[in-house]
Ligand binder design. Structure first.
Ligand code: F6P
Length: 544
């Protein structure tokens, strides 16, 4: 379905023009309970979306768009294991990975829940053996360091979660290597003792060149230190869907933790890909993360759209992308341990909805996935927030703040909260010429100087944001937050009519890289455009 053909889309287009001249200050002035009218809470997360350029009419039309796009039945289809990844003929069931209690989820007639729980139990048992010191390396010593080698979804999810939950870490030290630049690996290994280091090779396909290159070098490092290939069995485990390739690499499949093709890479942290999380915070912590995500799944499935956090976030995103022409979106977490959340969300959102054809292959004639970017909030304030306040582009921001976290210093906490709230207020209200003038006059600045500086010191305001306040940054609430964003991406994908679960766009680069690698190592192989050929010739001289 082309969403632009819906009645709601037409209404929203007209409504956007009508609302163009209205400032958020006016909307707040007109409704003293605006924050109450435009906020919703679920699963330990308060979403205040009152600082968006919307009215009750906007919301009504956005909700009507969701209805016209049959969002309800799309949600049901995902949870029930429908083959919604139509280009790869796969169900999309990351939600089954965290399903709680007595449930059945069928893929091609088979209930997948027992297999999910069996792998999770193996991950928990293995983690316990490592954490308790029962699992020994080749020299009989316990494991002190874990190195996860993976990339994309086999890296970003567990890395982001392990960072976010650092205050709960009570297991071995954890390191992540993803970049094929050897310095990522060698600098990580530099301080480690091979006899006490365990590698997790995480790759859904087990064919990803970067991961396998790093894994081979890691194995060589270990074997050199141990003096024997037999050490590999005690120091390498794999997380993958591809047992054949794992065995070919030389990892005993008894030390492999599987998952399934209906788990997308960027949705895989809930599967055995989350093994580093279990190793570092323990199985109970990982279970709590899953429970939080399951809470959000339940909310997404059952809450009316008007109160439904993922639906609201998703629809607001559509409003900005398609009706206010905002093509990028900032994520600003105010908790330092969420520092990799923007990177995680980049993959989640941009790999899912960076598409220009609909699920049926027909081209879109409207914008789809925005550019997602961000940094921890206070750092961003001293770097790129200038552009969000006074630049020419309107960039909606998601402010994210967990109100409590183990180990916080009370005096820092006040400043952390103040900064987060101050930024969203400043973006919303801005500062008028009259306000700047009055402020400068009160400071005794000369009139001529005031007039010179005035244009520079005016803030337009009317810059939209959401504020997400988390009760805490416990595993459970984090799980809910991540599921919230997963479902937000789903909502947008469905409104745009996309298949959010394939990623053909990354294939061409991979193909070309393999040909170029061939050229660099053998001087023969495919030929490329003149720019690439000139670069190859230039580089050839320096590496030959
Ligand atoms: O290149 C993108 C991608 O295909 C992602 O979707 C995926 O998460 C990543 O590569 C890693 O893939 P794998 O887990 O198969 O190594």
């Amino acid at each position: 379905m082309n969403p632009t053909q819906t009645l709601a889309w037409q209404q929203l287009a007209m409504h956007a023009r009508a609302l163009e001249a209205t400032h958020l200050r006016e909307l707040f002035a007109a409704d003293p309970d605006r924050a109450g009218h435009f906020s919703s809470k679920a699963c330990g997360i308060l979403l205040d979306y009152s600082k968006n350029r919307i009215t009750a009419d906007t919301l009504r039309e956005l909700l009507a768009l969701a209805e016209e796009c049959a969002l309800g039945s799309e949600i049901r289809a995902m949870f029930e294991g429908g083959e919604i990844n139509n280009t790869e003929h796969r169900a999309v069931l990351h939600t089954a990975l965290r399903a709680q209690g007595e449930v059945q989820v069928r893929v091609q007639g088979e209930d997948v829940i027992p297999a999910i729980r069996e792998v999770r139990a193996r991950c928990a048992a293995f983690s316990e053996r490592v954490r308790s010191g029962e699992w020994l390396g080749y020299s009989g010593e316990t494991i002190t360091d874990i190195v996860n080698i993976g990339i994309g979804g086999s890296d970003l999810g567990p890395l982001m979660v392990c960072e976010a939950l650092k205050p709960y870490a009570d297991g071995p030290r954890l390191h992540f290597v993803s970049n094929v630049d050897s310095l990522h690996l060698t600098q990580t290994l530099a301080g480690l003792n091979p006899a006490r280091t365990l590698f997790i090779i995480a790759s859904k396909t087990f064919t990803t060149v970067e991961t396998l290159t790093n894994a081979r070098s890691a194995r060589a490092w270990l074997v050199k230190a141990a003096g024997s290939e037999s050490a590999v069995a005690k120091h390498f485990v794999a997380v993958s869907t591809n047992a054949t390739k794992v065995a070919e690499f030389g990892i005993d499949t008894a030390n492999m933790f599987g998952f399934w093709d209906w788990v997308g890479g960027r949705y895989s942290l809930w599967s055995a890909i989350g093994l580093p999380i279990t190793l570092v915070i323990g199985a109970a912590g990982f279970d709590a993360l899953l429970e939080g995500a399951a809470d959000m799944d339940q909310h997404f499935r059952t809450a009316p759209f008007k109160d439904n956090l993922p639906v609201l976030l998703g629809l607001l995103g559509v409003w900005y992308v398609n009706f206010l022409d905002c093509r990028s979106q900032v994520v600003a977490p105010y908790n330092q341990t969420l520092h990799r959340l923007p990177a995680f969300l980049q993959q989640l959102d941009m790999e899912s909805n960076g598409k220009q054809v609909r699920a049926d292959g027909s081209p879109v004639d409207y914008a789809t996935g925005p550019v997602i970017w961000g940094e921890p909030g206070t750092n961003g304030q001293h770097a790129f927030f200038q552009l969000i306040h006074q630049g020419t582009a309107v960039i909606p921001v998601d402010f994210i703040l967990a109100l409590s976290q183990p180990g916080q210093l009370a005096n820092h906490r006040v400043s952390q909260i103040a900064n987060c709230l101050a930024q969203s207020a400043a973006l919303m209200q801005g500062k008028t010429a009259d306000e700047v003038r009055a402020e400068m006059e009160a400071k005794g600045v000369a009139t001529a100087e005031i007039e010179t500086l005035l244009p520079h010191r005016v803030f337009p305001g009317n810059r939209p944001s959401n504020t997400l306040l988390l009760d805490d940054l416990s595993p459970r609430t984090l799980g809910a937050l991540l599921a919230l964003y997963e479902h937000k991406v789903f909502v947008q994908g469905k409104i745009w009519g996309l298949n959010s679960f394939d990623q053909w766009g990354v294939e061409l680069g991979k193909q070309l890289a393999s040909g170029i690698e061939q050229r660099l190592s053998a001087a023969s192989g495919p030929r490329y455009d003149t720019s690439t050929e000139a670069l190859l010739a230039y580089i050839g001289k320096s590496i030959s």
